[in-house]
Design a binder for this molecule. Sequence first.
Ligand SMILES: NC(=O)c1ccc[n+]([C@@H]2O[C@H](COP(=O)([O-])OP(=O)(O)OC[C@H]3O[C@@H](n4cnc5c(N)ncnc54)[C@H](O)[C@@H]3O)[C@@H](O)[C@H]2O)c1
Length: 360
Amino acid sequence: MTYRVTLLPGDGIGPEITAATVRVLEATGVKFDWDICTLGESAIEKYGTPLPDITLESIKRNKIALKGPVTTPIGTGFRSVNVALRKQLDLYACLRPCKSFKGVVTTPYENVDIVVVRENTEDLYIGIEFASGTTEAEQLHDFISKHFKGKVNAGSGYSIKAISEYGSRRIVKYAFEYARKYKRSKVSAITKANIMKFTDGLFLTTAREVAREYPEIEYEEVLVDALCMRLVRSPQMYDVLVLPNLYGDIISDLCAGLVGGLGLAPGANIGDSIAVFEPTHGSAPKYTGMNKVSPMAQMLSAVLMLRYLDETNAADRMEKAIADVIAEGKSVTYDLRKDRDAPSAGTSQVADAIIAQLKK
Ligand SMILES: NC(=O)c1ccc[n+]([C@@H]2O[C@H](COP(=O)([O-])OP(=O)(O)OC[C@H]3O[C@@H](n4cnc5c(N)ncnc54)[C@H](O)[C@@H]3O)[C@@H](O)[C@H]2O)c1
């Protein structure tokens, strides 16, 4: 079988790491027919918008995409192309596994195996904000001053946080279904429900209800501040974390740090019928075209894509080849060296080493 997949090389380091990843994917023996499209800055040059319809149509048609990072364009009417893409395709689950690899010298932690499941469409990321001094902000200020005791300073800016029962239920269900499918033992719901009672509180009461449908999986509730402290002290305590959008964004970078950095942090944005696979990191523009950065986060995102396609054998072989190259320690990029100025492999050499490992 040949899979038709939308390929979005993206901006900055995106084209180099996606090219390296495509080479490795093809070396697994799985057949792909790439539908190459543009997104982000490169799309502005061609179509005058960072999110062209032709790209959206391709993803909707193929139902699966492998995406490189894109640079957030300034002054195009888009707060973030990524947020817009996730919204337009209703990719409500953001999956970010953070797993220790043997031989990584840039972290003191071992045996970390955390899966961050971040809600991707709600919370403070709905993009409704009112700048201080605008009529809307002043109206909100009057409303708040009338209805609540305590002081809100005039001239405040406002960002709206929206969390629904519908959005909470489907993301928590996704987390438990993931835990069931991949035989994980615990799901932790992360909020600040002690303070934000009607948003995080709703997320938490919904999570509690959903958890009852999965009696074989342990369920716990942790406040996000306590979670940060415990993750730094003993990350091995955690298994699957399910979080509202903003906490999920922050905690997934923290977890990436625990396993050695952004160069090893894959991700996927998943909806009911469409999935887009991309690394956690951004387009690192200063390294564009330098054959310098790690393609491993992009490659590990491709491993998630293979698993999504039920190509389990290819996924296992590709992940093991990446792990073996890391363990060997010769063909890794600068970010996996303790001394960042020590000689290191480039993006394409990492791909060569992984392909050689796959062929052994
Ligand atoms: N999913 C996405 O497309 C996405 C995600 C985050 C940021 N962005 C965008 O990317 C642009 C740059 O953002 P930023 O500089 O804040 O974050 P970034 O993740 O691009 O880079 C921050 C630093 O992390 C390191 N790094 C990132 N990727 C690496 C890799 N593969 N290998 C080794 N080191 C790596 C580099 O030192 C880099 O300078 C911005 O326009 C931002 O909006 C896009």
